[in-house]
Design a protein around this ligand. Structure first.
Ligand SMILES: NC(=O)c1ccc[n+]([C@@H]2O[C@H](COP(=O)([O-])OP(=O)(O)OC[C@H]3O[C@@H](n4cnc5c(N)ncnc54)[C@H](OP(=O)(O)O)[C@@H]3O)[C@@H](O)[C@H]2O)c1
Length: 284
């Protein structure tokens, strides 16, 4: 990452909306390993949240409840503006900052469902738009971000945004049509994993394990299996086969999952998430 730090140094970055996602991105960018030497401006509604950054070396925080022009103040001079408010707030936010954006700024929206075309329509013609679909493991620099460039983004702007998001994990560049699917997969994905862990922990506790032991057993199984899969380069089905002896205990458990038709359940869940993303885009 640090080899790219010189790309980042001169670019002031603004993050508008410092909720779960804005904070995850900020935390990753502030980690020493990111090599980022740029100043970062952040905005929120609440003055209390802005006060958390009082005296911070590289973060300047603004609150709209203290200053109605907070977002405009934060983006002045910024080359990269990350919009991390709720999807239905994006158009209004962009209209609010449109007049004060740098002519060569790139606006990166993390909002689910909101298309680059709809954002380009409310911004000056010289301002580029890129959509990003990160996920919250960005907080621990283990995120996965999908990026998709709008019609006005140059290769170097896409490259710069790739470098930025690489500081919080891996980056995959996709066509915009694929971004809703990607969001349903990796954007919402951590919630699915937490849900599985929650359910398995409940099952463990119902068998008499303490909460602490249940957490260790389940969490470390997830983390260890994922690491083994990544390190081995094998197919998940192959690693599963190696743990599943014919007529053994694991096989019996897998049969239960198969009877519930997990493949169908996953597909249905992703379809539901994608269709909600399209509804959100329509509401915007
Ligand atoms: N969470 C995820 O895993 C995830 C994954 C991928 C993409 N996203 C996208 O990320 C975006 C944010 O989601 P989130 O989960 O982080 O939501 P969130 O926690 O509710 O954060 C939204 C933030 O925006 C701030 N805000 C609201 N109005 C504002 C305004 N006019 N100016 C400046 N800041 C304002 C809020 O500040 P106050 O709290 O002070 O009001 C809050 O900090 C959404 O568009 C979502 O689609 C989220």
């Amino acid at each position: 990452m640090t080899k790219n730090a010189e790309h980042l140094a001169p670019e002031a970055i603004a993050i508008l909306g410092l909720g779960s996602m804005g904070r995850a991105i900020l935390a990753g960018l502030l980690a020493p390993e990111s090599g980022l030497r740029s100043s970062i401006r952040v905005t929120n509604t609440s003055a209390a949240k802005a006060a958390e950054f009082d005296g911070h070396d590289s973060v300047t925080a603004f609150a709209t409840e203290l200053d109605a022009a907070a977002n405009a103040d934060a983006v002045r001079g910024a080359k990269v503006v990350i919009a991390a408010v709720k999807p239905w707030q994006i158009t209004e936010l962009l209209a609010e900052i449109s007049d004060v954006l740098e002519p060569d700024a790139v606006v990166v929206s993390v909002a689910a469902g909101v298309t680059t075309a709809s954002m380009e329509a409310v911004l000056p013609a010289s301002v580029a738009v890129i959509r990003a679909m990160p996920n919250t493991p960005a907080l621990v620099r283990k995120g996965v971000t999908g990026l998709s460039a709008g019609s006005r983004a140059s290769t170097s702007q896409l490259e710069l945004v790739k470098v930025l998001f690489s500081s919080v994990g891996k980056v995959v560049v996709v066509h915009e049509e694929q971004l809703d699917d990607l969001g349903a997969l990796s954007g919402s994905g951590p919630a699915y994993v937490f849900y599985f862990i929650e359910q398995l922990m409940a099952s463990a506790m119902s068998r008499g394990f303490s909460k602490e032991d249940a957490r260790t057993l389940v969490l470390d199984t997830f983390a260890g299996a994922a690491e083994l899969l990544a390190a081995s380069g094998e197919e998940p089905a192959e690693l599963r086969r190696r743990v599943t002896s014919p007529n053994g205990t694991t096989e019996r458990a897998i049969e239960v999952f198969d009877r519930a038709d997990l493949a169908e359940i996953f597909d249905e869940a992703l379809t539901a998430a994608v269709s909600r993303s399209k509804e959100l885009a329509a509401e915007n």
